[in-house]
Structures are given as C-alpha cells and as structure tokens.
Design a protein. Structure first.
Length: 202
C-alpha cells in the first residue's frame, strides 16, 4: 500500500485594489465556488473558518473562493500589525484540515436568491440576459477573482443591469470605476439594449 505524501501548505498574500482587503492565497483548493460573509452571524451558520476569523476584532468581512481567502479589515487597523497573525492562523487552519464552508451552503444561497423574487424574463429578454451573464462570466469574473473578489449578475430591467459585488470588490473605492468604465462600457458595446450597470454590495 503506497502512502500519499501531502504537499506542505503554502500561503502568501496578494494586494487587492481595495486597501482594506487582502487576499491570502494557498496552494490547496479550499472551496469550489464562492462564499461571501459580511456578518459573523452568517459565518456562524455556514463557515467555520469565517466564524473563527470574525473573532479577531479587526476582521470585517471574509470571502472564500477556490484556493484563497480574502479578508476585509476594519479601517482603523493597519495591515502591518495584523497580516502575519492572520496568515499564520489561516495556514494553521488549512493544515489541520478543518472545515472551510459547510455542506449545503451553495444550495441554501440559491434557494435564498429564488425567494428574493427573481424577475421573470420573457421573449427577447431571455436571450439578452443569457448573453449578459455569459459576458460577465467570461470577461469580468476572472479579472475580478484575481483581485480577490467576485461579481454576480442579479437582474436586467429596462436597460439597467444590476450586479452584486463580493469579497474585496464590496466597498472598494476603485470598484465604481471598474464598474462604470470597464463593465458598463463592454456591455453597452456588446449588448446595445444595456443603458447602465449598477451594483449592490454582496
């Protein structure tokens, strides 16, 4: 019987465009998908790692996606003082093999979304929405993920596309610029029916 040697867990930090958010990147898959926690109560229910991180007084938000955790801090703390503590904690947590996000989280979020009352699209709108979603998934999501965040399509109504910003993008000063100059510009070019893109915080 051969023994599988686990590769050691590596972790490094990456800046994000949001000065209050830092991306902690590991060489392990933590969670396939995206999980955004803005409140300790939500973290308590769904993510043991986010719950533990919220116990630090300077943690304001936790976002988990694939192989990284983006931590958003309270603005009155400096990264120099807290980064190494967080890095060590996340590494220890991953090495111990503890649960990152509880089973059923993705399904529960989908259900919640459905309950919020999805807009019913008809006729030409169905094709338009499909195209808008595809453009966001293909061109916008990968770039936003590299910055430690996420963007989700929420709705399309009377020419206005509403998206939800998560992770480092939520509350990021440069996200408005990205949204208006980048995403809105691209969608208007590719889908002439789009007149504006607005965002909601995730």
């Amino acid at each position: 019987m051969e023994t599988v040697t686990q590769s050691p867990v590596m972790i490094y930090t990456e800046q994000t465009p949001n000065p209050e958010s830092l991306k902690f990147v590991t060489n392990k898959m933590l969670y396939q998908g995206t999980a955004d926690f803005r409140e300790a109560s939500q973290a308590e229910e769904w993510s043991p790692i986010a719950k533990a991180l919220f116990e630090f007084p300077y943690v304001k938000g936790v976002y988990v996606c694939n192989n990284f955790v983006t931590v958003t801090k309270e603005f009155n703390y400096a990264w120099d003082d807290i980064m190494l503590k967080l890095k060590a904690y996340i590494k220890e947590y991953v090495v111990a093999g503890n649960t990152i996000v509880n089973e059923g989280y993705a399904d529960a979020m989908l259900k919640l979304e459905a309950e919020r009352g999805e807009i019913e699209y008809t006729g030409d709108e169905i094709e338009l929405v499909k195209k808008i979603k595809e453009l966001i998934d293909t061109y916008v999501k990968p770039a936003v993920e590299m910055d430690g965040g996420n963007i989700e399509f929420k709705s399309f109504k009377e020419g206005i596309v509403t998206v939800v910003l998560q992770g480092s993008c939520s509350g990021c000063p440069s996200s408005t610029v990205t949204l208006k100059a980048g995403i809105e510009g691209m969608l208007k070019r590719m889908v002439p029916e789009v007149t504006e893109v607005v965002s909601e915080m995730g």
